[in-house]
Design a protein around this ligand. Structure first.
Ligand code: GUN
Length: 288
């Protein structure tokens, strides 16, 4: 069997078209959705990511601001910038790119972002709302994965799902979204004994570990849906995921490629979250 390839580029383009249409509808009410992206430091990968986010915003007819600061920026100065953005009515979403330099406490910074502008969905109150099944913002990568599963018409109710990786950004919120949708979810981590035992029982395997080739075809149940969140630079200089694509695609029923899978979806869902934040501002205005 060769797996269906889930095309993240195509699905993300459709979602972005929907966002552009909603942006035009908001413009009729004098609102232009605005996203502020803040980057501290000069990590080359982060620079590419933030530029892609800002460009995608502009293409969707949204307002965006990219603020770049040197690695030496103090925590106090960053918190002061966030306070200003929290109070700025032209900004509906604030994203501080992670990781931050070591001298800055990222928890403090995330908690400083107004929860109703936290388009990453990382603020503790947004994590709590997600946990209780009433999310305000869904973290972009897991939200994008849910859209991919929906586009494949994967039945989640009663499905066995294994999430490999337990980060706050991907693994934990991913598990919550799947669980809320009725799946039976196991979260595996780097200490999990016999990872293959878990993955071989799963209808859906989602891998977000940052370790190339972590999941191979022999670790999968035939026909499983495989979502690869990893983006790694291989020894040959090419991008690769956390799943060994060549062996996995011979066993899986459907699989996401890297590049061209989850990556474009993360950006599309950031636009959706920013749009939702701006639409809530309009809703608040009209119910006053
Ligand atoms: N770094 C890697 N992924 C993300 C993300 O989704 N949001 C932010 N803010 N930083 C990241």
């Amino acid at each position: 069997m060769t797996a269906r390839v889930i095309d993240g580029v195509k699905l993300a383009a459709t979602i972005r078209e929907g966002v552009a249409a909603r942006s035009a509808a908001l413009a009729a009410h004098g609102i232009k959705p605005g996203l502020a992206v803040v980057l501290v430091g000069s990590d080359p990968a982060s620079q590419v990511y933030v530029r892609n986010k800002v460009t995608a915003c502009e293409k969707a007819g949204m307002h965006s601001v990219l603020e770049q600061y040197p690695t030496e920026m103090t925590q106090e100065a960053l918190l002061a910038r966030i306070e200003t953005l929290n109070a700025d009515p032209s900004i509906h979403g604030i994203l501080v790119q992670l990781p931050l330099p070591k001298h800055i406490d990222s928890h403090r910074v995330i908690e400083a972002i107004a929860a109703d502008k936290d388009v990453d969905g990382f603020h503790i109150s947004n994590a709590g709302l997600l946990m209780t099944g009433t999310p305000l913002f869904r973290p972009c990568t897991p939200y994008g994965v849910m859209k991919m599963l929906e586009s494949e018409q994967v039945v989640l109710r009663g499905a066995v799902a294994v999430v490999v990786g337990a980060s706050n950004i991907v693994g934990k919120p991913m598990a919550m979204l799947l669980q809320t949708a009725g799946a039976t979810v196991t979260i595996c981590n780097s200490k999990t004994r016999d990872l293959a035992w878990h993955t071989r029982h799963a209808d859906i395997v989602i891998v977000a570990t940052g370790k190339p080739g972590m999941v191979t075809g022999d670790m999968l149940k035939p026909g499983a849906i495989v979502i690869d969140v990893g983006i790694n630079r291989g020894a040959d200089g090419k991008l690769c995921g956390d799943v060994d694509y060549a062996s996995a695609k011979e066993v899986a029923g459907a699989i996401t490629p890297v590049p061209g899978g989850v990556g474009p979806m993360t950006i599309a869902m950031l636009l959706v979250n920013t749009m939702e934040a701006a639409e809530r501002v309009l809703a608040r205005r009209t119910t006053k």
